[in-house]
Design a binder for this molecule. Structure first.
Ligand code: ADP
Length: 468
């Protein structure tokens, strides 16, 4: 048991609270029991005195007294007191005595005779008197004999009669309560430890990842519905995403370095060539043009990578506002139709009043990328059709070309970062254009897909949610 562990601390607090509750319960039980016991002592006193009233009789002459040989006959006044033998059987610790008004004990027992002399008689009232740290209850009953003469029947009981019961309660509590505390603490500790097990596993997993940098490990708890299981599952999901992001990042870095290596190698080779031998001005100019072209390629690649990462990591705040897509697509088409590359024609068919919530810059970038690709992979004197319309409450933008087309098995891969089909590798692209379009569309809550036939052309379709 680790002293600083949470299980230990919770058990300690729980045990302390339990001790406080049990102590409180003990005093409550004690106080209630004491009240009940005191009441029962007083009831016994009254009952015994009442019963003793029947145990004696006063007779004016001895003839009237029945001499059964067992009862006592005491000469009193002008007559006789006939007292039953039962009188002295002090049941439940009650002592009874028959007194004259002047406290002279005629018959019976008085355990505190000296003290009772100072305690005046009161009919049918319970009085109390403390002698040598012991409390006694006293109950008197007046017995009128004639007009002037009264006798008093006095019952006395010690409050200590209840002490034995209180002692039993205390003894029982002193045995059972520590046992309850001990057993509850052990069971509590084991339950807490079991409940906190997921936390131990989580911490062990975190330590392992921290030490080994291995994102493949998982907490892997058995199924459970409590908060800790939920937390462990969320933790596992997070690890899965982290691993995914980590692998993507690794792939991205390796792809980026690979892409940058080609222009750098070309620049380096070109420099070596130029510096290696004497060359004419025209030749130097040509060499510099190659270097410039490769530098621009690198610059574009770096800018595209930065933009892509910003979008993917959502590290930049893009302003989202109503965008008039009718106007946006029309103006992009108008600008790009001026390219007139390899005599490819661009036709644009745009429906009126189509708008969405989005970022103007990003959306125009996506459309430009698709149309650029259509030019780049289009056939000479071919045609490009751009169409914007609404279908089933969704905005659709299609960019169709009649160019080289894409192989069936490549149609999913072209949206991955740096993916280029073998036929396009030597071109000016860098494999980030479609990945960028994919991220932009995803960012706007839409989707993108392609239908294509090799050698016949491709159609890229973007769907976007309509502005409500
Ligand atoms: P790149 O810079 O190479 O064009 P993209 O991400 O824009 O990179 O495209 C990825 C690959 O998809 C391209 O290399 C090309 O093989 C293929 N591709 C994209 N658009 C088209 C198209 N309209 N027709 C045929 N192939 C295309």
């Amino acid at each position: 048991m680790k002293i600083r562990s949470i299980s230990f601390k919770i058990t300690l607090w729980f045990t302390l609270v339990l001790i406080i509750i049990l102590t409180f319960t003990y005093f409550v039980i004690l106080s209630i029991s004491n009240k009940i016991i005191q009441k029962s002592i007083k009831d016994t006193l009254i009952e015994t005195v009442q019963n003793n009233l029947d145990d004696f009789e006063y007779h004016s002459s001895i003839d009237k007294a029945t001499t059964n040989g067992v009862d006592h006959l005491i000469h009193y006044g002008n007559g006789y007191l006939q007292i039953s033998v039962n009188f002295l059987q002090h049941i439940n610790g009650v002592y009874t005595g028959l007194y004259q008004e002047d406290f002279t004990l005629i018959y019976g027992e008085d355990p505190i005779s000296i003290a009772t002399k100072n305690l005046s008689f009161h009919d049918s009232i319970i009085q109390s008197i403390k002698i040598d740290d012991t409390l006694y209850y006293v109950f008197d009953k007046k017995i009128p004999l004639d007009r002037t003469n009264n006798l008093w029947l006095r019952g006395i009981i010690s409050e200590k009669q209840g002490t034995a019961q209180i002692y039993s309660i205390t003894k029982l509590s002193l045995i059972t309560f520590p046992m309850i505390v001990f057993i509850s603490s052990i069971i509590g500790y084991m339950m807490i430890k079991r409940m906190l097990n997921p936390i131990h596993k989580m911490s062990a997993t975190a330590v392992q990842i921290g030490k080994e940098g291995d994102f493949k490990v998982r907490i892997g708890l058995e199924k459970g519905k409590d908060e800790l299981h939920e937390l462990a599952n969320s933790f596992d999901n997070m690890l899965e995403k982290l691993e995914d992001a980590f692998l993507k990042e690794q792939q991205f870095t390796s792809d980026a370095s690979h892409e940058l290596r080609t222009p750098i190698s070309v620049i380096s080779a070109q420099c070596q060539l130029s510096l290696g031998e004497k060359r004419s001005i025209e030749e130097y100019q040509k060499d510099l043009q190659v270097i410039e072209r490769q530098s621009k390629k690198m610059e574009k690649l770096i800018n595209d990578m930065l933009d892509f990462t910003r979008l993917e990591m959502k590290s930049q705040k893009y302003i989202m506002e109503p965008v008039d897509l009718t106007q946006l697509v029309s103006s992009v088409c108008l600008d790009m139709s001026l390219i007139k590359e390899r005599e490819i024609s661009l036709t644009c068919k745009v429906d009126e009043n189509i708008s969405c919530i989005g970022n103007y810059e990003l959306l125009s970038r996506a459309i430009i990328n698709l149309i650029s690709n259509a030019y780049r992979y289009g056939k000479e004197k071919g045609s490009i059709f751009v169409n914007l319309f609404v279908e089933e409450d969704q905005i659709k933008l299609t960019v169709q070309d009649d160019g080289i087309g894409i192989k069936q098995d490549e149609q999913d891969k072209i949206f991955h970062r740096f993916y280029q089909s073998d036929t396009s590798r030597t071109g000016e692209g860098n494999g980030l254009g479609l990945a960028m379009v994919y991220e932009i569309v995803k960012f706007h809550g839409g989707s993108i897909y392609v239908t294509s036939q090799l050698g016949k052309g491709s159609t890229f379709t973007i769907t976007l949610p309509r502005k409500k």
